[in-house]
Design a protein around this ligand. Sequence first.
Ligand code: ADP
Length: 804
Amino acid sequence: MLRSSTALGWAAAFLAPALISSLDALSNRPSYQLAGFLYLLAVSLAAYLGGFAAGLVATVLATLGLDYFFTPPRHDFVPASTDQAAGVALFFVVAILISQLFGRRRQVQRQAEAASARANRLQAVTARLAEAVTPQQVLDAIVTEGVEAAEARAGAIGLVTADGQMIEIVAQRGYERNLFVGWESFPLASDTPMGKAIRDESPFFFSTSAERDAAFSTMSTLGGPSHALAILPLVVEGRAIGAIAFTFPTEIEFDAERRALKATLAQQAAQAIDRVRLYEAERALRQRMTFLADASELLGSSLDYEATLAQLARLAVPEMATWCSVDMVGPDRSIQRLAVAHEDPERAAWAERLGEEYPPDPDQPMGVPNVIRTMTAEFVPEITDELLVEAAQGDERLLEIVRELGLRSAITVPLIARGRALGALSLIRDDSAPRYTELDLDLASELARRAASAVDNAGLYREAERRGDASRALAHVDDGVVLLDEEGAVVSINPAAARILAVDEATVVGETAVGSIGGWSEIEDNARPERGGTRGPVTLPLVLSNGNERWISVSGVDFGDGAVYALRDVTEERLLERTRSDFVATASHELRTPLAAVLGAVKTLRREDVSFDPDQREMLMDMIDREAERLSGIVGQILLTGQLDAGRLRLEHERFDPVALTKSVVDSAELHLPTGIELRVQAEKDVPAVAGDENQLRQVISNLVDNAIKYSPQGGDVELRLNRNGQFARIEVADSGLGIPRDEHDRIFEKFYRLDPALTRGVNGTGLGLYISKELVERMNGRISVDSEPGRGSTFVVEVPLAI
Ligand code: ADP
């Protein structure tokens, strides 16, 4: 606008006086005074529009015009009188003054306009800067708006890296493509204008590139034709965070105003960048928090850790990584790839195949195996080509592949839980994303920590569930199971084992088995398996914590971290076994005695060399009869036991008189009563009829009577008493014989059970009589019991239900 008005001013300077001079041609031309006034107007106009210089030109032309055309004598430069000459001179002075007045006014206006234009540009820069959210946008604002003010052709912004060591070119505009190749980042300490400007926090202005090259020899290779350069530090809160460079298309003299303007731009840029950084940091933080929150939610959502980790890998892409992979340590310590994620599923699948083709070598000096082995993160902010060459380990094809991927930056963090590396999480970015920073490493570490604890929890839960199942099962099995740790302390003991070993679970868990379980040293000595081996089963007699002696069958399995023992109380089987073998011995003895007697008698009778008198013959025949009876009795007992065990014995249900039955048993016993035994029956009056199997009850009573006689070797009374007890008829068989110790009262009713021969003075028997009696009575819905003490005789009581 100023420029066009200057042109008008010059036009006016020439044309306006010429126009007024041309009025001379009019017949009615203006008077000398009027012409003078018009000339002054023309000068004013020229000075107003064109400044003092135009005003001066107009003044000279107007003065000449006034003198020549309008001052008498007209058309002559020499005035007619001194008055007129003074008039022209006065006109000249007034016109000069007017020119000066308007010229100064114009200059002031021009300055004001320039200042306002500058302010406008700065304001435009400020407005654009306010909107900028990336360093590139800041630079664009400065270069496109500000640079117009700065008259620059191109610009670049370099920022000091977080570690304070390097300068990184974060944005540039207007330079030839390859200018910054190799200069993307360079040390702050380098001999460069940016380095020095930042270090000294003071700007550099070079009017030519030669000037720059003289000051900074390293720069001479950089940049093209001769141009001016300005480098200004970006200072925020008294600290240089970077520098901005302006490159000019021509050589420029940097006057104070230019320098001040650039300083203002740099200041604005610094503030904008600081704000952008804060914004970036805040945005990144928010993004991280959101990511972590999402990841945590995901990790907590399922116990299927394999699926969850695969989802996590997908969640990390693309915000956190271009590539994300999870590798886990398998049970055989091998490393297995669990998941690979990439934005493009096809690429992920391809990477998975590549992973299969190149399985990780556990001894690899870097990467996942190294991270797992050393349990420390690997952070490669800048993946250099040397690194790729090293990683490819001479495999040209692999090198080509990884080069083509354009990998830029990588983080690999171990998944550690309870001091164990479970696997590793890898994050890789390619050229499309910024390099990883320490903050990203922190985030990845946090993510790995959470993922590891989720995996561990899932494992613990599965284990607990499995153990829960196992311990539930163990709680219900009858076999005892004891789990010991490596040191022999009880880790767990199931209820059956506690019962078998007569201990309390709560008091032994955590204690050593030898110290807390009675008899365990016996087990330790005889059943302890070798490391990793099994032993047993062995059957041991143990004296338990409660002092009882029990036969326990034990087998042990050692599984490295401890041993598990299975226990079974085989006391009963053992006794049965013993009594059974005892029975075989007794039965054969029992059978052999009468058989020998019968055989002996028969052989004697058949002797032809001896003649027997009738008494002797009768005695021998009697013996055959008695012993055959005894034989048949023993065989009968054995058969009956067999029937009872097989459940094949059918009992009658009849009504009969117990008194008559008892008397008949006593009558037949009387027939061969040993000497010194008295048999007596005492029946209450009116003992009612009972219901049951009469023959079998006869068997029971005669068993009891036989025993009473047998176990009274010194002789004595055997009394049978009958009375009514409520709904039962009660039959007692009382003797005054050897008697039975109290703690054997139950056992004598067991199959094959016989008292110690020392207690029975060698009286023969099979140990089946009382067993059969009890079985028969109970099948008649009755009961049988004994009351006895050694040396004081025994009273057996049978109760049979009354007939209704
Ligand atoms: P056995 O054929 O040995 O007599 P039993 O089953 O009839 O078999 O008796 C079991 C054991 O009970 C006997 O061996 C004996 O020790 C004891 N017994 C049975 N009755 C008497 C009794 N009246 N007096 C003492 N001991 C007895």
